[in-house]
Design a protein around this ligand. Structure first.
Ligand code: SF4
Length: 390
């Protein structure tokens, strides 16, 4: 496999499991159906085909309960599964009183991305990340961008066969600097992620986590040991909105930020600005107050523009003026690096020194035509810029 080209590799791998070549957009290309799934259910009955058990492993983070029930310990959903039940994230099953994952080594998306796409703007800019995802999510966001793979069972999509060693080997072959666990919710394929991350670390690769942050403290601490950077969503600053828009809760996500900050992991935060949901300046002000008090001013914050998607496909795109307003507000409150995403050409695409205000990193899409840092210092005033720079 090592001697074939990237394109040939994708073709060969995809054909091996009956999929087609995915040169650029694995998310939509891998969906077998455009029918939006019913997301009202919580615990499912196990209907996983026998062939899926090839990608199963008994998991570490769970407890056995009386009557062959189990409770999963990975995320705050704390799924309690009777024998032959299937989890909220659709990828875990109670078989014979033991908890198994069905997403170990069967990614439905494999892609080489610029790190700026995650988005990570203050971590090794211009580097490439081999990005992987299996199916599954522990949230139910009405505006999900990747619902075709996040809100389905693993058997509903075509996939590659790539066990952890193969992922690392492929990342090295492509000369990627990092492996990104992304696109869906990596917490739901925790075992596959952490085994890959450990091997990646031994091989000099960075590990990136792109997540909703809804994870229990034990697995998170384990992950932090091999994590180099993360982009975690702060979807809003309202528990009510988290429940209504995302099917989640705010408090566990805030705890994730506090833990990563304490552990010294580089992370950036992303908030999607959604008309009628996440568009209240007072809420953004409160959010910034919490960030400053608990995390300080240096973790970059990205406001992304909403476009109609999934269950919210009748909403208009978020007004650009709202994103500009939120960026100005967050900077006025004291957050030093605030970005605007999904708005090409906006001044908030770029990085400016928090001391002298001069342009440090100019971005055009995922390209960087201008770069004014010496190591981790501003080229103009020598101020140290937070982040991990090449
Ligand atoms: S990771 Fe999946 S099975 Fe485990 S608690 Fe969360 S939603 Fe439930």
């Amino acid at each position: 496999m090592t001697s074939i080209s990237r394109r040939k590799f994708l073709t060969a791998s995809a054909l091996a499991v009956g999929a087609t070549l995915v040169p650029f957009s694995p998310v939509t290309a891998f969906a077998k159906s455009d029918k939006k799934p019913d997301i009202t259910g919580t615990i499912f009955k196990n209907d996983a085909p026998e062939s899926l058990w090839k990608w199963s492993r008994e998991v570490d983070h769970y407890q056995k309960l009386p009557g062959k029930k189990v409770v999963c310990g990975i995320c705050p959903n704390s799924c309690v599964l009777a024998e032959n039940d299937r989890s909220v994230c659709r990828s875990r099953v109670n078989k014979g009183g033991k908890l198994y994952t069905l997403t170990y080594g069967n990614p439905c998306a494999v892609h080489l991305d610029p790190i700026e796409k995650k988005p990570l703007f203050h971590f090794h800019p211009k580097s490439q990340a081999l990005s992987i995802a299996t199916t599954g999510c522990n949230f139910r966001c009405l505006n999900c961008q990747n619902w075709q793979i996040s809100q389905v069972k693993p058997e509903a999509v075509r996939h590659y066969e790539m066990f952890p060693e193969a992922v690392v080997k492929k990342a090295k072959e492509y000369q990627a600097a990092s492996i990104a666990y992304t696109y869906t919710e990596p917490t739901t394929y925790f075992e596959y992620m952490i085994d890959t991350a450990r091997i990646a670390r031994q091989n000099g690769l960075y590990n990136l986590w792109v997540s909703n942050g809804f994870i229990n403290p034990g697995p998170l601490l384990e992950l932090c040991e091999v994590l180099d950077a993360a982009n975690v969503n702060l979807k809003s600053f309202s528990d009510e909105l988290y429940r209504k828009l995302n099917g989640g809760r705010l408090e566990p996500v805030l705890n994730t930020f506090k833990t990563m900050h304490e552990q010294g992991v580089h992370f950036e935060m992303t908030t999607l600005v959604v008309p009628g949901y996440v568009d209240d300046p007072e809420m953004v002000k409160s959010m910034c107050g919490w960030i400053l008090e608990n995390l300080g001013p240096d973790h970059p914050l990205h406001f992304l523009r909403f476009f109609p998607r999934y269950k919210l496909d009748r909403l208009p795109p978020a007004p650009i003026s709202k994103l500009t307003e939120f960026r100005n507000l967050a900077m006025k409150e004291g957050i030093r690096y605030v970005y605007v995403g999904n708005v090409p050409g906006h001044e908030g695409n770029h990085t400016y020194c928090h001391n002298c205000g001069k342009l440090l990193v100019k971005r055009t899409g995922y390209h960087i035509p201008e770069y004014n840092l010496n190591g981790s210092h501003c080229k103009f005033c020598d101020t140290e810029i937070p982040g991990v720079w090449s």
